[in-house]
Design a protein around this ligand. Structure first.
Ligand code: GLA
Length: 683
């Protein structure tokens, strides 16, 4: 076998997102916005079901997700099915006019499965097989799991295809959590097959993985293992491919169930709930192409003061995954969750502000985990629509009020959000950057995305997220916050974007490697060198806590570069410190556009000023709302709506005219948005 020299890293298949196919779109039925949550009646008696259904009607619930964790109930022994309870629930809900988003229960196989197929247990990177008594799927590559999942899905799809309550399908639950990568033997052999399909020959794999380094060269597919815990750092390209394989293996499981369902109910939408910005292990650009409607789960990080901004980020990312079409907020919480170190209750009004922020950003379904709080099990301290305290509670009052508010907003259903600016987002770049032995632990894609997103949020600019190889054409400006891995193809797309008149703002640590975690020939920032008009001679990360002054004002932390200018002009330099005199911000007129580079982590105010300057030059309108006021527009044809969400403790007044939809009041010239409250205007 001949082995090719390294590096030859440009020939392997690319993973650019393809255009979105037409979708089936939306749960069948009502023209209203969807409102409801997960409903787990198997935890309750029939008497409670009847009470629940009455309360759902009171709260104007029109959709519930049922059956997500009931595999052990409907298939108590392998191949023996018992649908008596589910039949009754479906009938009761249909009788009450409440639609069902029917779950396949495959996120949590029953006890008999684990007993019969112990080799299907997922195995951690350090070799520990995971036990039963919790939840979490089996190894996605286990043929036993795939067969069992297909069998129960087939039964459900056949049985309920024509049921009047059935409005859509909810496959599995949160693929990738709590189990993502699995190092079991089924996975290892499937990984080998995946690699053979990707590379064709072992030589090509050796080349892509750079196995000449540390003597890792392979002669045969059978020698290749999953990237288990090893003596020291494992080949990063091997880890990256295992991450890709894992996302693909789980996606195969989804597609298999979806196709069984589609054969019975081709007219109904099939979804699975994403965790857009919080699931590190799925490449949702790929997943989004396979669902009929994008649905998402979002939970606040309770202790972060800026969690309303992070919520907005997650919602904007979800809308982007949905290709701008309306999407479903499948889960969020009415108040506290139970799985964070300190599970803070939401403040009065926060439930509505959170829900309406998702709505403002394109969600036409607002759903919660879960309808009635569980008495037993691991989630008993998690809030619900109906808390343990019952209906005489703040949470229930806010839940019913939100139900009425959403009914008043039905006319906005289907309206969309337009963004002129996008942030680049690539799960593969996250995977690569999060591996070991990087130039600095402070180089964090997520942290920079949040910083740039926050600047945009504060300026009142709505943004999309886009893959570097996605459709960039609709944006006046793009931001690449520490996009560590950039493929040659992505680099070409970004170069063409700038050449054609776009504004690209790139922050440090971008373009350091390609899709195999190999440095681009010629060094940093790889294919971004041309549009940025510079080359980086050396990376100059800072000590922890180290700061430097910028000559145009403000301070810098974390990073600098030793830059060789190849056409770019210097906008700001480091005034002192290890990079004194080096460029901190550069601007490169390139073709009809401009490439900006920020070689450091400026303080928040300096960053906001810079973002405003770049957007201003790009002709993007910067509304600059009062501090803490979230303003987002949705439109449909000539109809325009503006959602105002006041996240502060003081009333805020803005200029506005139109009709306030929650109250029906006319607004003429000025609108006061009360503290911690929403207002929604049809302009
Ligand atoms: C996830 C799950 C739910 C529930 C919630 C609790 O989103 O999908 O089943 O466990 O978390 O926050």
């Amino acid at each position: 076998m001949t082995l090719s020299p390294q590096p030859t890293t440009t020939s392997a298949p690319q993973t650019a997102p393809a255009p979105q196919p037409a979708r089936l779109g939306w749960p069948r039925g009502t023209a209203d916005l969807r409102y409801g949550g997960d409903y787990n009646p198997e935890q309750w008696t029939r008497e409670t079901w009847l009470e629940d259904i009455e309360l759902m009607k009171q709260a104007r619930v029109n959709l519930v997700s049922v059956g997500i964790f009931n595999w052990g109930l409907i298939e108590p022994r392998q191949g023996e099915y018992d649908f008596a309870q589910l039949d009754e629930i479906m009938d009761l809900l249909a009788g009450a006019g409440i639609d069902v988003d029917l779950g396949t229960p495959t996120a949590s196989p029953p006890a008999w499965f684990w007993k019969a197929y112990p080799d299907s247990r997922p195995v951690t990177r350090d070799g520990v097989p995971l036990g039963f008594g919790s939840r979490g799927m089996a190894s996605p590559s286990s043929p036993h799991y795939r067969r069992a999942a297909a069998a129960v899905t087939e039964q459900l799809a056949r049985r309920y295809a024509d049921h009047p309550a059935l409005a859509m399908w909810h496959v599995h639950n949160e693929y990738g959590a709590p189990v993502g990568e699995s190092y079991d033997e089924h996975s290892v052999s499937a990984f080998r097959g995946w690699l053979a399909a990707r590379y064709g020959t072992v030589d090509a794999l050796n080349s892509a993985w750079g196995t000449a380094f540390w003597g890792q060269r392979y002669q045969d597919w059978s020698e290749i293992d999953a990237p288990r815990l090893a003596a020291t750092v494992t080949n990063p390209a091997q880890r990256l491919d295992f991450a890709r394989f894992t996302s693909d293996a789980l996606l195969e499981c989804f597609v298999a169930e979806r196709d069984i369902i589609r054969a019975h109910t081709p007219q109904l939408a099939v979804t699975t709930n994403f965790m857009a910005s919080s699931c590190p292990s799925m490449d949702y650009w790929k997943w989004a192409r396979e669902v009929d409607v994008v649905s998402n789960d979002h939970y606040l990080t309770a202790e972060r003061e800026d969690n309303h901004i992070l919520l907005a980020l997650d919602a904007d990312l979800t809308r982007s995954l949905a290709g701008g079409r309306p999407w479903m907020l499948m889960e969020h919480s009415t108040s506290a969750v139970n799985w964070q170190p300190r599970n803070l209750a939401k403040r009065p009004g926060e439930l509505a502000l959170n829900s309406l922020s998702h709505f403002a950003r394109g969600a036409d379904a607002i759903m919660f985990f879960q309808f009635r709080a569980s008495r037993s099990g691991a989630e008993k301290f998690h809030s619900a629509m109906l808390p343990h305290a019952g209906t005489d509670s703040r949470v229930w009052r806010e839940v019913t009020a939100l139900g009425s508010d959403l009914a008043a907003l039905a006319s906005m259903r289907g309206s969309t959000v337009d963004a002129r600016v996008a942030i680049l987002w690539d799960w593969e770049s996250f995977w690569a950057q999060d591996l070991e032995w990087r130039p600095s632990v402070d180089l964090r894609h997520r942290e920079r995305i949040e910083a740039y997103y926050t600047a945009l949020w504060q300026l009142g600019v709505t943004v999309d997220f886009v893959h570097p190889e996605g459709d960039l054409s609709g944006y006046d400006a793009l931001i690449a916050p520490s996009l560590y891995a950039v493929t040659s193809r992505g680099g070409r797309a970004l170069t063409d974007y700038v050449r054609g008149g776009g504004r690209l703002l790139v922050s440090f640590g971008s373009g350091l490697v390609d899709e195999f975690d190999a440095v681009h020939p010629g060094g940093f920032p790889g294919p971004l060198s041309e549009p940025l008009g510079l080359t980086i001679e050396e990376l100059l990360p800072f000590r922890s806590g180290e700061t430097a002054a910028l000559d145009t004002g403000g301070t810098a932390t974390v990073w600098a570069d030793d830059i060789r200018l190849d056409g770019a002009e210097v906008v700001t330099r480091f005034a002192d410190g290890r990079a004194a005199g080096e460029p901190a911000v550069t601007r490169n007129a390139f073709g009809a556009g401009v490439g900006w580079y920020v070689s450091t982590r400026p303080d928040a105010e300096t960053l906001r000023g810079l973002v405003a300057r770049v957007l201003g030059e790009a002709g993007v309108e910067i509304p600059g709302p009062p501090e803490g006021l979230e303003v987002v527009e949705r439109s449909a044809g000539s109809a325009r709506y503006r959602v105002y969400l006041n996240h502060t403790d003081a009333d805020l007044t803005v200029a506005a005219s139109g009709r306030e939809l929650l109250s029906g009041a006319a607004v003429t010239g000025s609108l006061t948005v009360p503290a911690r409250s929403p207002r929604i205007i049809a302009l």
